[in-house]
Design a protein around this ligand. Structure first.
Ligand SMILES: [Fe+2]
Length: 320
């Protein structure tokens, strides 16, 4: 196995690792190929200098820590935006996870996938500037003026995310996440491939997750029903190629992703059944997996949440 093959497999096993290639001059073409494909972070030529190797490793560690801190900040920002969401649990986090999977299946580069994932996490961040009374209304009952105000969230989101210099692509993606494939979307009425690819991906993953996890439907919805609903209801809205990728993924992964859902503490109701333990940040068990929320333990969980606010949600069985 060549070094490049080895690193390629290492990437598949641990995609978040930073890989460094040591190569001879003769392998330069292979090394460049590996770098261009995002397989390696840096390469050093043989024979290497130990100080240079140590410095490269130190840079890799610094880079990883910076990136982790940056992504953590983006997640906090997304969590703040989530407070205005009408979906159940962490809609933005699920849309980001699904958009990443779709982008990977479409063979995009790690850089493109990163921008799409960040854009998905922050796609509705512009809603923090929209009055709650408008966000709480059903779309069909908005007046023209209210609709115009709501639609501004894509521009406000772009403006906010543009402030982060390494998310300029994500900002463009956010601007266009409500464009439709047939040109009848907003804000620019872009059509087909003129809409950024990331926006076309998020348009469909966003609609899919809403159909699956809106507050009033999540208990009875299934991935297959949600996908069918999105595709039937939105003729012309989505890129058919991306819809096909989503359809294939949903049919192959439906069983593994359907059985549980992460909800916010505020969404907890009696009769829900926990699919994971609820523990304190220090690991003390509050209520174990498979417990049904009832009159007695509901108060205990709420009391715990109030005195130990935690940012992660609670996991319950969807159809229990
Ligand atoms: Fe939106």
């Amino acid at each position: 196995m060549s070094g490049v093959d080895f690193l390629s497999q290492a990437k598949a096993i641990a995609p978040d690792s930073l890989r460094i290639l040591l190569t001879g001059h003769a392998d330069m073409a292979a090394a460049m190929n590996a770098i261009n494909k995002g397989e390696v972070y840096r390469f050093l030529t043989k024979p290497w200098n130990n100080d240079e190797l140590k410095l490269t490793i130190q840079h890799a560690v610094d880079h990883a820590q910076l990136e982790k801190g940056f992504v953590g900040s983006v997640r906090v920002l997304a969590q703040v935006g989530e407070m205005h969401s009408s979906g159940i649990g962490s809609h933005a986090k699920r849309v980001a996870g699904l958009s990443k999977v779709i982008a990977e299946k479409m063979g995009l580069t790690p850089k493109e996938i990163f921008q799409i994932e960040m854009a998905a996490l922050l796609h509705d961040i512009g809603k923090i500037g929209i009055p709650q009374a408008i966000l709480d209304k059903r779309e069909g009952s908005l007046s023209d003026t209210e609709r115009q105000i709501l639609e501004r969230h894509v521009l406000q989101g772009e403006t906010i995310v543009k402030m982060l210099p390494n998310l300029l692509e994500a900002a463009k993606i956010i601007r266009s996440h409500h464009e439709r494939f047939d040109g009848n979307g907003y804000p620019d009425q872009k059509k087909k491939n003129n809409i950024p690819l990331g926006s076309r991906i998020i348009a469909i993953t966003n609609a899919y997750d809403r159909a699956l996890n809106m507050r009033n439907v999540f208990k009875n919805a299934t991935p297959a029903l949600a996908l069918g609903y999105v595709i039937e209801q939105a003729e012309g809205a989505f890129d058919p190629q991306i819809a096909a990728v989503l359809r294939e993924y949903v049919s192959s992964a439906a069983e593994t992703c359907a059985h549980e859902i992460e909800i916010k503490p505020a969404d907890l109701r009696e009769n829900m059944v926990l699919s994971r333990d609820i523990k304190t940040a220090k690991g003390v068990l509050i209520l174990s997996k498979d417990s049904r929320i009832n009159n007695h333990n509901f108060g205990r969980v709420i009391k715990h949440i109030e005195s130990n606010p935690f940012i992660e949600g609670i996991y319950v069985y969807r159809n229990a």
